[in-house]
Write a protein that binds this ligand. Structure first.
Ligand code: S3P
Length: 442
């Protein structure tokens, strides 16, 4: 979301009742960004079915439009058409590129633009984004010859990019981050020579799948698919992309359906890429009652419908190994932990501190305000289940996933809550509060 507007009224949330019905969550945010970016630098037309019509992908589209890419209007239920300009066709923009609240936009743009010789670009974003670390992308890109400058030695936006002729390299990423990996893969497409990107652990692989579908010369190998080799020189070709529903948005209904007494929810058309399904692994360990229906593959991504019913939940432990597969689901899992039987432990999650907010600290603060028993650690949380939560004044602190997580927590509290900055949800799920209203039988 854009910079804080504290004059907005708070949202009143009332507990009680159950959740039931069918919901179709909006398109996957990660896949939506990639479809726009790859379509822009492909030759010919790309059609995107199911693009997420939310603030973050709209930031990506706006940046691309100001570099001369024609993208049709982004509206719910309408295909988006992109007239690709080819690998070297992006024009130098007349003004700064505003990435809004979107880390994916800024980090992937860095990789996309670093190799655009003779052109100058400045990337900025809202207050939250200007505080997020960018050296994790700029550093590895420099090994390929990129010139990226910014505040604090290049770590913080606004960032200035002077396009260079890049050279291929073997580049290790400092963190298991799909944003960093994808930036390097984009840079590799126009570098001279082969680039191999090596990740410390496997992150979501939507870029690899989609680049192949666009015709890039890319090989995935090495131990558990952590080495990705790109041979430049091949143009990308416009294609049709079908975006599945976002499992990170489905997560709110999965946990709400598991927790709120008497609930039964069917979530249709959810992306089930195994690099994203950590939440389902944890739900299995919690003994949550859910099933995958109608499992299928759509345009290179596994998809299914999910049916969830309320059941007693056991406490869970999650560590570093699983974090990349559920990194965006920790806020809603910390809500779940408050209602599990026993003590849940989350560790190896220090990346959460550099998301849209410091999500470990924000979730601990907001849930404590409701009466939860939580200890915050440098890299995680310990949450004691079974302490009743009380309705109170809550604040998303501008973070979309915090807003939606607190929305679900307040359904389970004793007494009503007021949520400040609930509009943050529009970053990834603009219809969230309407869907909640529709599913909630009070
Ligand atoms: C994303 C990767 C993840 C995730 C973010 C989207 C992506 O970030 O948290 O919401 O689309 O590549 P990191 O790459 O920083 O782990």
């Amino acid at each position: 979301m854009s910079d804080l507007n504290s004059n907005k009224p708070s949202l009143e949330l009332h507990p009680g009742g159950s959740l039931s019905g069918v919901v179709k969550v909006p398109g996957d945010k990660s896949i939506s960004h990639r479809a726009l970016l790859f379509g822009a630098i492909a030759q010919g037309v790309t059609i995107i079915d199911g693009l997420l019509p939310a603030e973050d992908p709209i930031s990506t589209a706006k940046c691309l439009r100001s570099m001369g890419v024609k993208i049709s209007s982004i509206q719910t239920g309408k295909d988006v058409e992109i007239q690709g300009v080819g690998l070297d066709g992006l024009k130098e923009p007349e003004d700064v590129l505003d990435c809004g609240n979107s880390g994916t936009t800024m980090r992937l743009m860095l990789g996309l633009l670093a190799g655009k010789e003779g052109r100058h670009f400045v990337l900025t974003g809202d207050k939250s984004l200007r505080q997020r670390p960018m050296q994790r992308v700029g550093g590895p890109l420099k090994l390929m010859g990129a010139k990226v400058e910014g505040r604090s030695g290049g770590d913080f936006a606004p960032l200035a990019i002077t396009g260079q002729k890049l050279h291929g390299a073997v580049v290790g990423t400092p963190v298991a981050s799909a944003q960093v990996k994808s930036a390097l893969l984009l840079a590799a497409l126009t570098a001279e020579g082969i680039t191999t990107v090596i990740e410390p652990a496997r992150s979501r692989d939507h870029s690899e799948r989609m680049l192949k579908a666009f015709g890039a010369n890319l090989e995935v190998g090495g131990e558990i698919g952590r080495h990705i080799k790109v041979r430049p020189g091949r143009e990308l070709k416009g294609t049709k992309v079908v975006v599945p529903g976002d499992i990170s948005s489905a997560a709110f209904w999965l946990i709400a359906g598991s927790l709120v007494p008497g609930s039964e929810i069917i979530i249709e058309n959810v992306g089930l890429n195994p690099t994203r399904t950590g939440i389902l692994e944890v739900m299995q360990n919690m003994e949550a009652q859910f099933e995958v229906l109608n499992a299928r593959e759509v345009a290179g991504e596994p998809v299914g419908d999910l049916r969830v019913t309320q059941a007693p939940l056991k406490a869970f432990t999650i560590n570093e190994e699983i974090i990349p597969r559920l990194v965006d689901e920790i806020p809603i899992l910390s809500v779940a932990a408050c209602f599990c039987d026993g003590v849940s432990k989350i560790s190896g999650a220090s990346e959460l501190r550099v998301k849209e907010t410091d999500r470990l600290s924000v979730m601990a603060r907001q849930l404590k305000a409701m009466g939860a028993e939580i200890q915050e650690h440098e890299d995680g949380l310990t949450i004691h289940g079974g302490k009743p939560l009380k309705g109170t004044v809550l604040d998303s602190e501008t973070d979309h996933r915090v807003a939606m997580s607190l929305g679900i927590a307040s359904l389970l509290a004793e007494g009503s809550s007021s949520l400040l900055q609930s509009e943050a949800a529009a970053v990834s799920y603009p219809e969230f509060w309407d869907d909640l209203d529709r599913l909630h039988n009070s």
